[in-house]
Design a protein around this ligand. Structure first.
Ligand SMILES: [Zn+2]
Length: 59
């Protein structure tokens, strides 16, 4: 079992807050090839979190 790699369970730092595309973040910059959304990676993650707070759990 590999536990050395830290994985964000919610993918909030990799998921585009605009279209939901999973994008591997490059340092602190988030750039979505799907919709062209560009944001600081931490701000994108924060937007994903704030959007999910109001949503019912669908897991
Ligand atoms: Zn996008």
């Amino acid at each position: 079992m590999n536990t050395a790699e830290k994985v964000d369970p919610e993918n909030t730092s990799q998921e585009c807050s605009q279209c939901g595309e999973l994008v591997g973040r490059d340092g602190s910059k988030f750039e979505c090839p799907q919709c062209g959304y560009v944001r600081h990676a931490d701000l994108n993650a924060a937007e994903n979190l704030s959007q999910r707070e109001g949503e019912p759990c669908t897991a």
